[in-house]
Design a protein around this ligand. Structure first.
Ligand code: AFP
Length: 327
């Protein structure tokens, strides 16, 4: 049996990185316990505040955010922390070599209905050791990430992590409190017949995305010549987990619902870490055309359209967009 502690304790993994990952995953155990207690822990419902994105914060969002912030502030290797729930990054230990970004509780509308939620994290190098970190230190492309992962609090708690060339998966053993390795090299099939999208936004999508979904719905009667199946967890962490387990395509595309937002998902603590996991598992991740991991960020809270998952399907979406652009 390989535990996360064993896995991280290898000469090929920077001990600072191992330490920060351990801090995050330890907090994950606490969040998992709170979720198990649910209503009994008085963590459901609204906290009465709005986050920087103007969204209502749930009690557990606030709690998960505070738990991660406090724990990382005490980690000597962590130079700064950026979160979905904070306007600006918070400096931590100036001598640290790492920056951490996270979405403390992705899919928070699922909390009150006892459905899957998760914590997503991304770890970047810190270039100005010895000086206090600021927002601009975090503005690095996703291809600079040293590690990324998520904790999925579902029927069991699972950790997907990439800190080397592969994606590994652990399951949290509720008896021992250890994360136990269950999958050493996750791989996504290049082809799929399953896709995830919030179809209620159809009228706001661009023409190539509408065409793509029309083709999938037409199934064996249309140009694709086979049937497709829809799944939507309403928590990206759940949809990405399904794709790592059995392939598929997930998209939250560009839409015109709110012209100030080019997409719903956040580049730095949702799209980037998920894209690294997906690519390292053999899949692809784009904004419909361009590789997500090559986007140079301009704001820690910037949003981006996302199309990720099985390689050939992501490529198909890209080709439709290129064809429309050239028409
Ligand atoms: P929160 O970050 O507010 O929890 O939203 C979750 C999310 O960003 C992402 O995880 C889901 O895929 C997506 O929103 C669900 O969006 P819809 O509410 O439009 O279905």
């Amino acid at each position: 049996m390989t535990t996360l502690a064993h896995y991280l304790n290898t000469p090929t993994i920077d001990p600072a990185l191992s330490d920060v990952i351990t801090t995050i995953t330890d907090v994950g155990k606490t969040i998992s316990q709170l979720l198990r207690k649910g209503a009994l822990a008085d963590i459901l419902g609204e906290a009465g505040n709005q986050n920087v994105q103007g969204e209502d914060q749930k009690k557990l969002d606030v709690l998960a955010n505070d738990l991660l912030l406090d724990a990382l502030a005490q980690n000597a290797h962590c130079a700064g922390v950026a979160s979905e729930e904070l306007d600006h990054a918070t400096p931590a230990n100036a001598d640290g070599s790492l920056l951490v970004l996270f979405d403390p509780l992705d899919g928070s509308s699922n909390i009150d209905i006892n459905m899957a939620v998760g914590t997503i994290f991304s770890i970047l190098p810190y270039q100005r050791q010895g000086q206090v970190s600021t927002d601009s230190d975090f503005l690095q492309a996703g291809n600079q990430q040293l590690a990324a992962g998520y904790l999925l609090y579902g029927t069991s708690t699972m950790l997907a992590l990439t800190v080397a060339d592969t994606v590994v998966m652990f399951s949290l053993d509720p008896d021992s409190g250890d994360y136990v390795l269950i999958e050493e090299a996750v791989q996504i099939d290049a082809d799929t017949s399953e896709y995830a999208i919030n179809g209620s936004n159809y009228r706001y999508w661009r023409a190539p995305m509408q065409q793509y979904i029309d083709e999938l719905i037409d199934g064996h009667t249309g140009v694709r010549g086979r049937d497709f199946n829809t799944r939507w967890v309403a928590a990206m962490v759940g949809d990405v987990h399904r794709i790592l387990c059995r392939g598929g395509l997930f998209t939250y595309p560009f839409d015109t619902k709110d012209i100030k937002k080019p997409g719903k998902l956040r580049l730095m603590y949702e799209a980037n870490p998920m894209s690294l996991l997906i690519e390292r598992a053999g899949g692809s991740a784009t904004d419909a055309v361009n590789r997500i991991l090559d986007i140079e960020p301009t704001d820690i809270h910037q949003r981006v359209p996302v199309v990720l998952g099985s390689k050939n399907e992501v490529e198909y979406v890209k080709n439709l967009h290129v064809q429309h652009a050239n028409a």
